[in-house]
Design a protein around this ligand. Structure first.
Ligand SMILES: [Mg+2]
Length: 201
């Protein structure tokens, strides 16, 4: 394999950790349904998929959350409670910084939503340091569907082995590998950094 020309990062569980049960816990005091129900109604739910594929605006998503959970706060309060669920993964952020110092183009490739992006952008300085951002809610498709991979190729101007791609979900990695990308299943910073070390990084 040639040395890749760009590095494409998944966001969640690669650069930042997240936990939707934190949201559920926080919303508990403002909701009228049990905690487990709030969690089940958010994480991996059709509602979140609709939001993250851009079929729902933030106000529409918020209205539906209120309807499903009885949440009684404002959108501004919800934005904080819903957005603030991330924790930085320092080793991977340091790897990204090293790539930037080498002048290497880097991209974010994420199944995500407007509230999460807004929060991460305002909280983590490293997040501003990418050459481009491919978000499911803007493309209208989620990984592992082909159109969002095509959006990455269009944005980076690269394809096949020129793209090095890191993601923690096997199905997303499989879809990248099927396009000839150099795709690494991210299981831990130590494992990933060992693999990229072999590639010359
Ligand atoms: Mg992920």
């Amino acid at each position: 394999m040639p040395k890749p020309e760009v590095v494409v990062f998944d966001l969640g569980k690669v650069l930042v950790d997240f936990d939707y049960s934190i949201v559920a816990n926080r919303l508990k005091s403002r909701a009228s349904v049990p905690l487990e129900d709030v969690a089940a109604r958010l994480d991996q739910s059709p509602l979140l998929v609709a939001y993250e594929t851009g079929r729902m605006t933030t106000p529409e998503f918020f209205a539906e959350v209120k309807r499903l959970t009885g949440y009684n706060g404002t959108l501004e309060e919800f934005a904080v409670e819903f957005g603030d669920i991330f924790a930085p993964i320092d080793e991977m952020i340091a790897f990204h910084r090293r790539l930037r110092e080498l002048g290497f183009p880097t991209y974010i490739f994420s199944n995500t939503n407007e509230l999460a992006v807004r929060h991460i952008r305002s909280t983590y300085p490293f997040f501003s340091g990418f050459d481009g951002y491919v978000y499911s809610h803007e493309v209208g498709h989620m990984k592992p569907d082909a159109p969002i991979y095509e959006a990455v190729e269009a944005m980076t101007g690269r394809s096949g082995g020129a793209i090095l791609y890191l993601d923690d979900k096997p199905e997303n990695i499989a879809a990248g590998a099927a396009r000839g990308w150099q795709a690494i299943l991210h299981e831990s910073p130590a494992k990933t950094l060992a693999v990229v070390g072999e590639l010359g990084f």
